[in-house]
Design a protein around this ligand. Structure first.
Ligand SMILES: *Cc1c(COP(=O)(O)O)cnc(C)c1O
Ligand SMILES: *[C@@H]1O[C@H](CO)[C@@H](O)[C@H](O)[C@H]1NC(C)=O
Length: 429
């Protein structure tokens, strides 16, 4: 509780940023819901609708809007610069394009060049399914066998998260046969924030390319993709970046690879802008990630992303992280206080936190594992206006997002959890 005075001083950050529609209400309509699924779909920025409407008007009234699109999406555009600030990249290292899984495929097509000696991809055992499938199919595409070439890292027996030392050890031991090391920045299930700098260094020392899927890290953790020397990265923008489901994704290629790593697939949007419209079918490929762009941008997806990034521009990742540490720390503290395993009451349900406890090893999300099945508890939470995410048989993922969640959200959640546990227990009896 000693933390409380500091927390109050942080609340101003949150107030500045309440730019959100909050018409999601409790079932009885009296109170706002507690929205803890920003890790899955971030809240809608208020300006999103306005920008989309404006764009639709422009479309209805103007002959050729392509010109303004090009301006909106150029590497010097405010949009791109803002994304760069979030990811610690240089403008020419980032492109906004496609969806996340598409970008992962496009990047792997160029970075995964297996040879008989070096053919493996190292990734988490329980990576997000899309990443698992992408890697599996890329290995097959190159004529290798996923059983031999997919190196899946498991936590130690009885443990739930990977130890950095074990990851570095595996890279050291297996590195000579690994073509690509691919981790998430923040693990979607456990909420673990990986030591991207150390993994990058270790992988590259062994001659591997190192890439990250930053879906759960961008807008959540401080990223320094350029300074860490990460070879490539990709992310989606509808989780912590609030651009709406299916929003425009991002991709990063470090400038050191700009001239050596070429796109396997090309399209007209990778062509030098100065000569693109000559239509002479002589490819003048842009260096780096810009050359990987295939199609012109979906402007209606740019609108909500722009609206969201304008909100982000009012603060910094450092300030958000400061609040995030306290907010998630507060949740952790309350869970441990009220729902710790109590040996004197063996029948009382308890909650175990899977996510690492060290603030440097996690983002804002806590993954809670319950000693009882959670389907009924989840239902009771929903009835009481809590939006969170359930993974059978017994895990809830709770994401107090520093941009729009408050300390009182966390406090209310703990109270509601108590009554949900009690109600679900009654149901079971
Ligand atoms: C959310 C998420 C995805 C989703 O992929 P889409 O192509 O955006 O549908 C993929 N990978 C990870 C790690 C994710 O967290
Ligand atoms: C974050 O917190 C640290 C330590 O309390 C402080 O020194 C720093 O100024 C804060 N940064 C921002 C941007 O608020």
């Amino acid at each position: 509780w000693k933390l409380l005075p500091t927390m109050n001083s942080q609340l101003s950050v949150c107030k500045l940023l309440t730019h959100w529609n909050s018409d999601l209400t409790l079932v009885d309509g009296t109170k706002e819901c507690i929205y803890f699924v920003g890790n899955s779909l971030g809240l809608q920025p208020k300006m999103a609708k306005k920008y989309i409407d404006e764009e639709l008007d422009k479309w209805a009234k103007t002959k050729n809007v392509f010109e303004s699109y090009i301006r909106a999406m150029g590497i010097k555009s405010p949009l791109c610069v803002c994304v760069c600030v979030r990811t610690g990249a240089k403008p020419e290292e980032v492109a906004l394009m496609n969806g996340l899984t598409v970008n992962l495929h496009i990047l792997l097509l160029s970075f995964y060049k297996p040879t008989a000696k070096r053919h493996k991809i190292l990734l988490e055992d329980k990576a997000f399914p899309s990443d698992h499938y992408a890697v599996e199919s890329q290995i097959q595409l190159k004529g290798y066998d996923p059983k031999r070439s997919m190196l899946l890292m498991k936590p130690r027996p009885g443990e739930e998260v990977l130890r950095t030392e074990d990851i570095l050890d595996t890279i050291e031991k297996e590195g000579d046969s690994i073509a690509v090391v691919l981790f998430s920045g923040v693990q979607y299930y456990t909420g673990q924030l990986f030591d991207m700098a150390a993994i990058t260094k270790a992988g590259q020392k062994k001659g591997c390319y190192v890439g990250f899927d930053c879906a759960h890290a961008v807008g959540n953790a401080e990223l320094k993709l350029h300074d860490w020397g990460v070879d490539f990265a990709c992310w989606c923008s509808y989780k912590y970046v609030n651009s709406g489901a299916g929003g425009l994704a991002g991709a990063f290629i470090h400038e050191k690879n700009a001239l050596t790593v070429k796109p396997a697939l090309t399209g007209w949007w990778g062509h030098n802008l100065k000569t693109r419209f000559r239509m002479d079918n002589e490819m003048d490929l842009l260096p780096g990630i810009s050359g990987f762009r295939l199609s012109n941008q979906p402007i209606l997806l740019v609108c909500p992303l722009q609206a969201s990034l304008e909100v982000f521009a009012m603060t910094s990742m450092a300030a958000l992280r400061n609040k995030s540490r306290l907010l998630t720390g507060y949740l952790e503290c309350l869970i441990q206080h009220y729902y710790n395993k109590d040996e004197s009451q063996p029948h009382k349900p308890y909650v175990h936190i899977i996510t690492p406890s060290h603030p440097e090893e996690r983002g804002c999300q806590l993954s809670l594992s319950f000693s009882v099945p959670i389907a009924a508890i989840f239902q009771e939470l929903e009835k009481r206006g809590v939006a969170c995410d359930m993974r059978e048989p017994n895990v809830l993922r709770i994401a107090p997002v520093p941009l729009y969640n408050s300390f009182s959200d966390v406090h209310r959640f703990i109270t509601v959890l108590g009554s949900a546990l009690a109600a679900s227990k009654e149901l079971q009896q």
